[in-house]
Design a protein around this ligand. Structure first.
Ligand code: EPU
Length: 427
């Protein structure tokens, strides 16, 4: 186990470059299962979750050649991949559930262990299951596994999602591309990561209409071909840097990002007093005063992303004024507030709402990351807290942020990774 030692008082200044999105690349890796042969992904971030998904694909019989320094990953899929994803990997990463759709489509069967994942709420799978059943699969819960069978193959169907779930949309899309006939997914998610996987599937030969809208129409094809595909930039990492600039009253240029994917986030930062500038290959956020408090309501895209909610709570915690932050996706995401209050923040939660009253100063203390974004938020808080903040359980942060400490140091922060003496060391 490792922790980050963060010394407060930094003003972040300089440039960072973002790589491909964690929440896209994991699904692109699963989508590779749909075609026999070698699919190559580029702009792949160097993060733990990519390693875990690589291991899962290896166990399904694929060859995975991951070159983190080149940000490239090649997956060679055999004619007949395995169909079982075991608990030891799935429990480490909930996104493993995204192999369910492609495996049923490709093999006619899938046994995927029920996931654990982030500590951010119940995160049901009912829409994944109901959608696959609509497509003709029989799905049961057996001994901790979701077992899906479609020996005669999947059939196109009309599916209405109760909620625009990212994971359900992706799983059903990957199942539908090889189904017999046309599938319409209504109330589909339309995150940039969904558009990314649609583009990759199109490159493989899939027929998809309505890309980027909430109604996706998929005409099934018999066979897909492997492709070379560039992963969409990570808007959540980019947004974390944008928030970091505003929180530390710094000036950060984020390269390799798409400002349009962050319209609502950058608008919030501008409302809080930041100077925001879109650039040809990214954007710049600069703040020369104490931020003003801004209300935030998380919603599916194009609403404010839940994955940037902790970072905005931190902004409000040091802002001038009070703000209401409403979390509509993952109820347990406010757990991180308990840690933030250890740094002196004034935050009260009630159900979906957090009332944040800005304080002039936070004060450093030991805190624990409970999920990826909570971890990032606590590091940002540590940057503006007086004294030292020790953030433990940083393996959560490593799941989603490529070279986080190195980038922070390059921007002028005093942060270092060190062994955590409070946890037994491996080896
Ligand atoms: N939900 C159900 N039933 C379902 C599916 C979802 O009730 O069948 C509920 C969930 O419980 C949750 C809400 O719907 O309350 C949203 O879930 P969604 O399926 O949209 O999210 P996800 O696919 O599980 C992905 C990201 C999350 C991100 C959310 C929302 C990946 C690997 N994960 O999760 O990312 O917060 O979409 O944008 O893509 C993170 O990166 O820190 C992270 C948690």
């Amino acid at each position: 186990m490792e922790r980050f030692r963060v010394v407060g008082g930094a003003r972040l200044d300089g440039e960072v470059r973002v790589t491909g999105a964690k929440n896209s690349v994991l699904k692109l890796m699963a989508a590779a299962l749909l075609a026999e042969g070698t699919t190559t992904l580029t702009e792949v971030p160097h993060i733990l979750d990519v390693e875990i998904m690589g291991e899962l694909l290896r166990r399904l019989g694929c060859t995975v050649d991951y070159r983190p320094e080149e940000r490239r990953l090649a997956i060679t899929v055999p004619e007949r991949p395995g169909h079982q994803a075991d608990y030891d990997l799935v429990r480490r990463m909930r996104a493993s559930i995204c192999v369910l759709g492609p495996l049923v489509a490709r093999c006619g069967e899938a046994d995927v262990a029920l996931p654990g994942g982030d500590n951010i709420g119940s995160r049901g799978l009912d829409m994944h299951v109901a959608g696959l059943e609509r497509l003709g699969a029989v799905v049961e819960n057996e001994h901790g596994y979701l077992v899906a069978r479609a020996p005669q193959g999947l059939r196109g169907a009309q599916i209405w999602l109760d909620f625009p779930s990212v994971g359900a949309t992706e799983n059903l899309l990957m199942a539908a591309v090889l189904a017999d006939g046309t599938t319409v997914i209504d109330n589909a998610a339309r995150e940039p990561e969904i558009v990314d996987i649609c583009r990759m599937l199109e490159g493989m030969g899939a027929k998809i209409g309505g890309i980027g809208s909430s109604t996706l129409e998929v005409v099934g094809v018999d066979r897909l071909e492997p492709v070379v595909h560039e992963t969409v930039p990570d808007r959540i990492v980019a947004g974390t840097w944008a928030a970091a600039a505003a929180i530390t009253r710094g000036d950060i240029t984020v390269r390799g990002a798409r400002p349009h994917d962050l319209d609502i986030v950058l608008d919030k930062l501008a409302t809080s007093g930041a100077h925001v500038e879109a650039l040809a290959d990214g954007f710049r956020v600069a703040m020369d005063r104490r931020p003003r408090a801004v209300d935030v309501v998380t919603l599916p895209y194009p609403g404010f992303p839940t994955d940037l909610q902790p970072q905005l709570i931190v902004l409000n915690a040091v802002a001038d004024g009070a703000a209401m932050v409403t979390e509509n996706l993952f109820e347990a995401r406010f757990r991180f507030v308990n840690e933030l209050t250890r740094l002196g923040a004034d935050v009260r939660t009630d159900g979906h709402h957090a009332l944040v009253r800005g304080k002039e100063h936070l004060s450093g203390a030991p805190v624990e990351a409970s999920d990826i974004r909570a971890g990032a938020g606590l590091v940002l808080a540590g940057l503006v807290a007086e004294g030292e903040t020790l953030v433990s359980q940083v393996h959560h942060i490593d799941r989603g942020y490529d070279g986080f400490v190195e980038s922070l140091v390059a921007l002028g922060a005093d942060v270092r990774r060190e062994p955590d003496p409070d946890y037994p060391q491996e080896g």
